[in-house]
Design a protein around this ligand. Structure first.
Ligand code: FNR
Length: 362
């Protein structure tokens, strides 16, 4: 029978749940332990309401913005997510092409299934590179060099993963990671484990749990690219990030895949924004599924949002075209939300366009 075209992100997810092998769907969709934070990332958005203004000329609306000095068509970026070839044979190259067409910035995951070089040569676009610092630090330094040589414009260091979170679906499914292409000949993802998640066994061998604040200095010393950190959830860490001189912060709980019972990211965004006082850009991810979610994050002070799972669902459903559709859906929903709220540009979106649960208590 003819499948009806999905009209929103959650319909893409439903399609993919039916189409992908369970092991891969669970890997993409799942979170840590009780998945409390996974649910909250989405639900917390639903408790925030929009305060629209009327009788404003919204016959012309413009979602374009500037992120780290680069003009993009919308305050939307592609979050770094691992192993796109499990979703589609073209993997990260298909995602990159869709991001280039839509003129949004893609952050390539360290754990990609296409190489840095393959992605770089697939199309012209502004791209950032996500980094893990491995125990073998020279491997991470080598990846930074390759990203820089291949024209990536920023390094996004993920700081919430000293160890991999406990993802019980992956344990039950005995999730097997494919070879990560950037490490071919350097590190094999084939780890012998007789039980549980092979991915977890691999990660615990390579991830460097001793990484700390002083190491930001090391990272800055080996690259001329701006360094942002991804995974900040408190004002305390936002202030430390300013002290060590990062170029930007990403408020993220890793899509609820690391620490369960960490807060929903939208609930702590404002705390971080207030601490940073506009000194550096604050980006945001976690649970963005609608244009209204993007509007809410911007109203709370985010420069832009990154989307993780929705991109994977688009990719798994229809390859490059599916990623384009997902990006365009979110962009169109944002533009409509702006028009219906009385905002012609992203700069017009302000804190007074929202009422949070806490606002409503006062
Ligand atoms: C991720 N995320 C992630 N982050 C990162 O820094 N490096 C990575 O390799 C990955 N890999 C990854 C795989 C999968 C399947 C998911 C779902 C997520 C986290 C990602 O960058 C982002 O923080 C979240 O995906 C944002 O939440 P949503 O949009 O998925 O709700």
């Amino acid at each position: 029978k003819m499948e009806a075209e999905p009209v929103n992100v959650s319909e893409f997810q439903e399609l993919v749940k039916l189409a992908l092998p369970k092991m891969y769907y669970d890997f993409y969709a799942g979170g840590a332990e009780d998945q409390h934070t996974l649910e909250e990332n989405v639900k917390a958005f639903q408790r925030i309401l929009i305060r629209p203004r009327v009788l404003i000329d919204v016959s012309r609306t413009d979602t374009s913005t500037t992120i780290m000095g680069y003009k993009t068509s919308a305050p939307i970026m592609i979050a770094p997510t691992a192993m796109h070839k499990l979703a589609h044979p073209e993997g990260e190259v298909a995602t990159a092409r869709a991001s280039a067409t839509a003129n949004v910035i893609m952050v390539l995951s360290f754990s990609s299934t296409c190489t840095i070089e393959e992605v770089a040569s697939s199309c012209n676009a502004v791209r950032f590179f996500q980094l893990y610092v491995y125990k073998r630090r020279e491997i991470s330094a080598f990846m930074v060099q390759r990203a820089e040589r291949n024209g990536f414009k920023a390094i996004i260091l993920t700081v919430d993963t000293p160890r991999l979170g406990r993802r019980e679906a992956d344990i039950k499914n005995k999730m097997v990671a494919p070879q990560l292409k950037n490490f071919e000949g350097l590190i094999s993802t084939e780890v012998n484990t007789d039980k549980g998640s092979n991915l977890e066994a691999f990660a615990s061998g390579v991830l460097n749990a001793s990484l700390c604040w002083k190491d930001i200095g090391w990272l800055k010393s080996i690259t001329s690219l701006p360094v942002l950190i991804k995974g900040v959830l408190t004002r305390e860490d936002a202030l430390r990030a300013l002290e060590v001189g990062v170029a930007g912060i990403i408020v993220s709980n890793h899509g609820a895949r690391q620490l369960d019972y960490s807060p929903a990211t939208i609930n702590v965004l404002e705390e971080v924004v207030v601490a940073v006082q506009g000194k550096i850009p604050v980006l945001f991810d976690g649970g963005v599924r609608r244009g209204t979610d993007i509007f809410k994050a911007l109203a709370l002070g985010a420069h832009a949002v990154m989307i993780g799972r929705p991109v994977i669902y688009g990719l798994a459903a229809k390859g490059e075209h599916g990623v384009s559709q997902v990006i365009n859906m979110l962009k169109d929903e944002l533009e409509l939300t702006m028009a219906l709220s009385g905002c012609c540009t992203v700069k017009d979106i302000s804190r007074s366009h929202l009422s949070t649960e806490i606002d409503r208590l006062h």
